[in-house]
Each structure stands twice: as structure tokens, then as C-alpha cells.
Design a protein around this ligand. Structure first.
Ligand code: DX5
Ligand code: ZN
Length: 220
């Protein structure tokens, strides 16, 4: 059964595939799945909305074949509406778009819903949290970037905790934090109201992934 907030108040751990060894992606995914993570976070970058480039729906479809974990696809791409169907068909269970990247945010979110995926929105560190208030009603997930999107291994920005707190006071769904999450920063994010921890380096940078997941989960 897929984890939902309605059935649990637990904290979800979502390894970010960006930091895995893609030459052995099946083993990497297997290790975190057996290690007890809840969700697999996949970062999609277009070299335009963010300076970096990563993968597209073809690779997501291959990852889909490697795991039963829910796939949480984080689209760091301009005008994501053009690609939603392809990512959904590739097996995305949740699709998150950036509020800064959409010409018509409401239409884009509506399209994610129509495709039957969980609906997520994300915002860059410089974007005021108020920008997403008009859309909160239709959302399953808000992904608060706690680093500038584009690369793994950056330093957590503590100023973003205010955004998380503010959001939690008006939003009951999932609040994810993404960027620089480790056993030191995770408890602060949870205290502020986050309940999904996205972590790349803190999981795939450790030899024992099960232990790394456990360390994040019990860090509060
Ligand atoms: C960054 C991505 C993150 C990234 C996090 O733009 O959205 O998901 O993989 O990596 P760490 O946990 O290493 O900061
Ligand atoms: Zn991400």
C-alpha cells in the first residue's frame, strides 16, 4: 500500500536518485527499497530552468521497472505542462512542478490531477511562500527547496524553515524539504512541520543505505 498522510503521521524518507551510481541503478534502488525508504525522488533538469541536465521519461520508465516504491518526480524544467503525460506514462506517482516555471500554474496542476498523479508544487529559495497560497487547496504536496535547485551536495539554507512553518499553519498535506537534508538538519525541518525528507548525499553518499535512512528517520 502506498503511504498516505491520511493513514499515518510518520515522516517519509525519500532518497534522491541524483546522487546514486547510475551505472548500477537497479542495485542502488534495491538497496534503498530494502533499506526501508518510503518514496523514490527523481530529479529532472532541463539545462534551462536550472543550469544542470539530468534525465527524461525514458530513464524514469526504466527506474519504474526496478521498484515498487512510489516515484516522486521533481520537474525542474520550463513549461512542464508539455511533458506531464510522458512522465505519468513512464510511471510517476507524484509530479511536482515549480511555480516559477509555469505560465499557467493552475492549468498545469489541473493537468497533473487529470492524469491521476499526486499533485505537487515547488518553489525556489528566493520565491516568497505567498506565491503558492492560491493553489494550496488542490495540492497533495509542497516541496520546499532548501538549496538553490540544480545540484546535489549543497548546504542547507536554515532561512527556509520559516517557509515550512508558515505553510504548515495552513496546509495539511505533505511538506517535503529538499536540499542539504541530513541527520543534523532533518530534525529542524520536521520541527518546522515538514514530513517528507528528500536526501541524496546523506543516503547515497553513505555505504550503509539502510542505516542512513534509519538515521534520518530517527533524527527527530
Ligand atoms: C537539487 C535536487 C535535490 C538533490 C538533493 O536540485 O532537487 O533533490 O538531489 O541533494 P542533497 O540531498 O545532496 O542536497
Ligand atoms: Zn529534488
Amino acid at each position: 500500500m502506498k503511504p498516505t498522510l491520511k493513514t499515518s503521521s510518520k515522516v517519509f524518507v525519500a532518497p534522491s536518485l541524483l546522487s546514486c551510481d547510475f551505472s548500477r541503478v537497479r542495485e542502488e534502488v534495491g538497496e534503498v527499497e530494502r533499506g526501508g525508504c518510503d518514496i523514490l525522488h527523481i530529479d529532472i533538469m532541463d539545462g534551462h530552468f536550472v543550469p544542470n541536465l539530468t534525465i527524461g521519461p525514458v530513464v524514469v520508465a526504466w527506474v519504474r521497472k526496478c521498484t515498487k516504491l512510489p516515484l516522486d518526480v521533481h520537474l525542474m524544467i520550463d513549461e512542464p505542462i508539455r511533458h506531464l503525460e510522458a512522465f505519468r506514462k513512464a510511471g510517476a506517482d507524484a509530479i511536482t512542478v515549480h511555480v516559477e516555471a509555469c505560465q499557467d500554474v493552475a492549468k498545469t496542476l489541473g493537468e497533473i490531477k487529470r492524469l491521476g498523479a499526486e499533485v505537487g508544487i515547488s518553489l525556489r529559495p528566493k520565491t516568497p511562500v505567498e506565491k503558492i497560497f492560491p493553489f494550496l487547496d488542490g495540492l497533495d504536496l509542497v516541496l520546499v527547496m532548501t538549496v538553490e535547485p540544480g545540484f546535489g551536495g549543497q548546504k542547507f539554507m536554515p532561512e527556509m524553515l520559516e517557509k515550512v512553518k508558515n505553510l504548515r499553519s495552513r496546509f495539511k498535506g505533505k511538506i517535503s524539504v529538499d536540499g542539504g537534508i541530513d541527520p543534523e538538519t532533518a530534525p529542524r525541518a520536521i520541527e518546522a512541520g515538514a514530513n517528507v525528507l528528500v536526501a541524496g548525499t546523506a543516503i547515497f553518499g553513505q555505504r550503509d543505505r539502510a542505516k542512513a535512512i534509519e538515521n534520518l528517520r530517527k533524527s527527530r
